[in-house]
Design a binder for this molecule. Structure first.
Ligand SMILES: Cc1cc2nc3c(=O)[nH]c(=O)nc-3n(C[C@H](O)[C@H](O)[C@H](O)COP(=O)(O)O)c2cc1C
Length: 325
């Protein structure tokens, strides 16, 4: 077992969070439950979900697990009606990304939930700590989905210094036990992982996307430079972030001339919206992190959790032996 203080805070057995994988595709509550049942913390994304759908998702999840889980929202955009619905479900943990927590913390705490805040800079982490959040996820630019400009390796020790003893969980570029061991060595208390769980058996995204992750090299997961002209802008308090996706014809075509996307913004938006509606959004923008290069199989989520823990524990036991006098 590999326990750190954040396990006690979140009520989990191993210090691993499954980052929410929201979008027009469905991550599946089976994935969330599999992660939570394996002793880590599964997440429920609410991106592009209505308040009623979120209530149904949480009810379904509660049929699948009695372990802690997080319900996630972002400020890209932030939907107050969905927030009310989330709070009413009284989740064990509420997680927020892509914008400052602002005055949401007291509402979440009053509902009996913990507040886990994802940040992309040291300043954001300090503001979140000041606002009273319980756990900080420090996400580097390697991450799949939306991320900031700083790498995980540079960001995490700075955030640990800035907000300690608040628990910090690195996110972005971590897919195996080496990443988890490295996180602990950097002074963090665990990890939050997205792309590795995208390529899991229970994840509900199309198989062709999972297969692409399995064969992709890290450099195939690129920033979508024209996204600002196509996807919705952050709402008040939102962070400046740019999504990372596997390369596709669509991504390459417009990344080569992002300025031209300004003139074609309406047409691009129409195309993306249509793909979102007909279930092919992953063929245009398969949001994926650089850790794709570390992923060579599609495995059950519980096995991934066990692998992460056993590899990290073995590395931490043996690493000091490689030091020479
Ligand atoms: C397909 C996809 C969808 C995502 N959706 C969300 C989301 O709805 N909310 C959120 O906070 N983060 C979202 N993320 C970010 C992940 O939760 C996680 O923070 C990130 O993937 C971690 O980096 P990694 O991919 O290198 O593991 C998404 C990431 C991916 C790849």
């Amino acid at each position: 077992m590999l326990r750190t203080p954040v396990c006690g805070v979140l009520g989990i057995e191993v210090p691993i969070v499954q980052g929410p994988l929201g979008g027009p595709w469905q991550q599946s509550m089976e994935l969330t439950a599999a992660v939570s049942n394996a002793g880590a913390l599964g997440s429920v994304p609410t991106t592009m979900r209505t308040a009623a759908q979120v209530r149904d998702d949480v009810a379904r999840l509660r049929e699948l697990t009695d372990r802690p889980f997080a319900v996630n929202m972002t400020r890209r955009p932030f939907d107050a009606e969905v927030f009310d619905a989330v709070v009413a479900t009284a989740p064990p943990v509420f997680s927020l990304a892509l914008g400052d927590p602002g005055d949401l913390v007291s509402r979440v705490h009053d509902a009996g939930a913990l507040f886990m805040q994802q940040v992309t800079t040291v300043e954001q982490a300090m503001r979140a700590a000041e606002a009273g959040v319980d756990v900080i996820v420090a996400q580097g630019t390697e991450a799949g989905g939306f991320s900031g400009p700083v790498t995980t390796m540079a960001l995490v020790p700075q955030v640990v210094d800035a907000v300690g003893p608040l628990p910090v969980l690195p996110s972005g570029g971590i897919a195996d036990g080496r990443g988890l061991a490295a996180a602990l060595v950097l002074g963090a208390q665990g990890v939050s992982i997205g792309t590795r769980f995208l390529a899991s058996a229970e994840c509900g995204v199309p198989d062709e996307w999972k297969a692409a992750i399995r064969t992709a090299a890290s450099q195939h997961a690129v920033k979508v430079l024209f996204a600002g002209h196509v996807l919705s802008a952050p709402t008040e308090g939102g962070y400046e972030t740019v999504p990372r996706s596997l390369r596709t014809e669509f991504v390459d075509e417009w990344n080569d001339r992002p300025e031209a996307a300004v003139d074609s913004a309406d047409a691009l938006r129409t195309r993306v919206m249509a793909a979102m509606k007909n279930g092919t959004a992953h063929q245009l923008l398969p949001l994926t992190g650089q850790s794709a290069g570390l992923i060579t199989d599609i495995a059950p989520a519980a096995e991934l959790v066990h692998r992460l823990v056993s590899e990290a524990a073995a590395i931490l036991r043996t690493t000091s032996r490689t030091l020479v006098d």
